[in-house]
Ligand binder design. Structure first.
Ligand SMILES: C[S@@+](CC[C@H](N)C(=O)[O-])C[C@H]1O[C@@H](n2cnc3c(N)ncnc32)[C@H](O)[C@@H]1O
Length: 353
């Protein structure tokens, strides 16, 4: 790359300071953005004050971002950047480190104050040494207004209160995730890289609506509604959706679509889990009720058979007594007949005498 830059007569232009952070430093900054604010293969990175576009080229190779935009005020640098990027990309492509159909970084020749929006950008980088305060404020306003920017890295001399300084430049609330020393290529001058994460509103909205969509879809089915009611009682969906949302916002290295799909999956997963838990509970309760019913039935059956035994006993006893009574009646009849016969014989005897 250095030989290409040398052939162009160096990176200088007619405006501002020129210089880049060393390759090692740039790698460290990008890795920190990957780790702390989701820079990745679906990201689009803007470099405010892009110079020849070195950091953008680096980001295309590592971590292999999807799109890059350079905003550079100095038209000489922009002209040089277009040649530098084209030749450098071709060289890297020949080594097989970049795909053939790669989109070159787009270089916009403008002061950042003239840029209307950063709407398509997910991450922003600026080695803004020598960039005046009003330009930094214009950058801050663009980030604050953007729906998509979720990570910002700035390189400058060490500052005392980085979040406060960014707030006063109009960036809104950023959260400092890392800061470390880096040095300038060539001169070796020392600077500090600050990596901030930002909860992008679009991301938050996409995650919220996906979670709500998932929960609504779940509630539309009868069992889902029952499961939701059961889970509502435990406060589960709320807890789950909040943590799902937090996880989504933290894992901001994916596209919104991917995140929305993830959120939906997650919500569906919660629904499925809740439904599964409710189903298990229902089958547990039903099982217990069935066992209880079975036990009661068995109790009743044994009770019934006990009663039936008693009735049978009573019946047998009654039959026995009946039999005995009829035996006694027969006996009495016989003895009465005998007595009658005896009396008749005696009477006949008396009459004959
Ligand atoms: C320190 S150089 C960084 C170059 C490049 N980002 C890199 O790291 O290799 C800062 C660049 O910001 C540019 N610059 C200064 N003021 C600017 C403004 N208001 N809008 C856009 N670019 C500006 C300068 O021309 C210069 O090229």
């Amino acid at each position: 790359m250095q030989s290409i830059e040398n052939n162009l007569g160096g990176g200088e232009g007619i405006e501002g300071l020129y210089g880049s952070i060393t390759r090692t430093g740039t790698q460290k900054i990008l890795a920190s953005m990957v780790e702390h604010c989701g820079l990745g293969s679906e990201s689009s990175l803007v470099d405010v004050g892009a110079g020849l576009g070195r950091p953008l080229l680096h980001a295309l190779v590592y971590p292999g971002v999807k799109a890059t935009l350079g905003v550079e005020l100095d038209e000489i640098k922009v002209q040089k950047a277009r040649v530098f990027l084209k030749q450098s990309v071709q060289r890297v492509q020949r080594k097989g480190l970049l795909p053939e159909d790669l989109e070159l970084p787009m270089m916009q020749c403008a002061a950042i104050e003239e840029v209307a929006s950063l709407e398509r950008c997910t991450h922003a980088y600026s080695f803004w040494e020598g960039v005046p305060i009003p330009a930094r404020e214009a950058f801050g306003k663009l980030v604050a207004r953007s729906d998509g920017v979720q990570g910002v890295a700035v390189i400058q001399r060490a500052m005392r209160d980085p979040e406060g300084a960014m707030l006063s430049l109009g960036f809104g609330q950023l959260s400092l995730r890392a800061s470390f020393p880096v040095s300038m290529s060539g001169s070796g001058r020392s600077f500090t890289a600050y990596v901030f994460a930002r909860e992008a509103p679009a991301l938050r909205r996409a995650a919220d609506s996906a979670v709500q969509g998932g929960l609504a879809a779940m509630r539309q089915t009868k069992p889902g509604a029952a499961a939701a009611r059961a889970a509502d009682k435990l406060g589960k969906p709320d807890r789950e959706s909040r943590s799902a949302r937090r996880a989504l916002i933290m894992s901001a290295d994916k596209t919104y679509t991917q995140q929305a799909a993830d959120a939906l999956n997650q919500a569906q997963h919660v629904a499925a889990e809740t439904w599964e838990a409710t189903k298990n509970k229902v089958s547990e309760v039903t099982g217990a009720a069935q066992n209880r019913a079975e036990e009661t039935k068995n109790d009743a059956t044994s009770h019934q058979s006990g009663v039936r035994g008693l009735v049978d006993d009573a019946k047998n006893k009654a039959t026995e007594l009946g039999n005995r009574a009829s035996e006694k009646t027969t006996e009495a009849k016989h003895s009465a007949q005998e007595s009658t016969n005896k009396a008749a014989n005696i009477a006949d005897e008396k009459a004959r005498q």
